[in-house]
Design a protein around this ligand. Structure first.
Ligand code: KG4
Ligand code: ZN
Length: 332
């Protein structure tokens, strides 16, 4: 079995995954509430909490898989990108565990994990496929011809889609993280009540979401007192602008690349309106769609162990001087 460890942001996670992609356990200790009072993730607070709970999370993952460290053949860990202090807690833990047992280690790119999340479990997706990853830190469309790597076709030039949800929610007076809050509030609203800009920069497949929150800010200023009574309509219209921008690029990617399989990943893939819109789009294009269960969309260690299945492990002790990196190398 592969022991996966993921601590790139504010979730401390460990998972046990077998070579065939079966998830034996996946434990996520979310720090959401800890950061909520600050309105966003505080890096130093995140690192400290990872350190406090990492050991217990790994023990829990082993116990739930009915396994011990003797059953672990490989250790996989997120090495980039993410909050550097947070990454270092996971990487140091992984190195220590692997070194103590002479096991090989696989450093994993967090985004690669999101891209291959749909290859886990029963009925896995198989390359070639397109993938939309939309999370709090990243938004991009990728092409996967070989599960060992992915090619980024377009990415956000400014805010991530989840960031747009979170910042919009904050303007609407909703708590952090705002994505699920907007999702819920929007169900009671009219998505066509307000017209928010859908920025699709350039001729490629890039995204841009920073103008959207500014548009909401100005709209709220103009509305004054009336805004409170129209919050559901505002949330639904704001959400629609994000969903339509994501769907437009996915539609273009499907047209241009001619692939017949699509996967979604990242926390925003939990959004009800996005899931419905992308499902319709796939029907129109005759494309098969994979959306992992919510717990595999948001950050988790199972997807990290999952990606490690496709990568070359570094034998002991070659990984001892391995470093974490806050940024991903610019992908092809
Ligand atoms: O993948 P994730 O857990 O962490 C990152 O790697 O960033 O994604 C978290 C993001 C947050 O911005 C959160 O607001 C958003 O995903 N999110 C949602 C929903 N659930 C989570 N956005 C819209 N609708 C949702 N239901
Ligand atoms: Zn993520």
């Amino acid at each position: 079995m592969i022991l996966g460890i993921e601590t790139s942001c504010d979730d401390t996670s460990a998972a046990l995954v077998s070579r065939d992609g079966e998830i034996h356990s996946s434990v996520v200790a979310s720090q959401g509430l800890l950061h909520a009072r600050y309105g966003g993730v505080v890096p130093e607070v995140a690192s400290r909490r990872h350190l406090e709970v990492m050991g217990a999370v790994i023990d829990d993952a082993l116990e739930r898989a009915d396994a011990g460290l003797d059953d672990v053949r490989t250790v996989a860990v997120t090495a980039r990108p993410g909050l550097i202090g947070a990454l270092l807690v996971g990487l140091s833990t992984a190195k220590a565990l692997a070194a103590a047992r002479g096991l090989p280690l696989v450093p994993v790119d967090h985004l690669h994990g999101h891209v291959v999340a749909s290859t886990l479990g029963a009925g896995p997706i198989e390359p070639p496929y397109l993938c939309l990853v939309a999370s709090g830190g990243h938004t991009f469309v990728a092409r996967v011809d070989d599960p060992r790597r992915y090619a980024t076709l377009g990415r956000t030039l400014d805010d991530a889609a989840g960031e747009a949800f979170d910042k919009g929610a904050r303007l609407l007076g909703l708590p952090y993280p705002g994505g699920p809050e907007i999702d819920r509030l929007a169900r009671a609203g009219d998505p066509r009540a307000f017209d928010f800009p859908r920025s699709l920069p350039g001729d490629g497949l890039d995204f841009s979401f920073s103008g959207l929150k500014t548009a909401l800010l100005y709209r709220l200023r103009d509305m004054g007192e009336e805004a409170a009574a129209r919050r559901a309509d505002l949330a639904a219209s704001y959400q629609r602008a994000i969903v339509e921008a994501l769907a437009a690029r996915v539609g273009q990617a499907l047209d241009r690349k001619g692939l017949s399989r699509l996967a979604l990943g990242g926390g925003v893939a939990a959004n009800g309106a996005l899931r419905a819109r992308i499902a319709d789009l796939c029907d129109e294009h005759g494309v098969e769609l994979w959306i992992p269960p919510a717990e595999l969309c948001t950050d988790n260690a199972a997807m990290i162990a999952g990606a490690a299945r496709f990568l070359e492990p570094i034998p002991y002790p070659g990984y001892l001087d391995l470093d974490a990196a806050a940024r991903a190398p610019v992908a092809a």
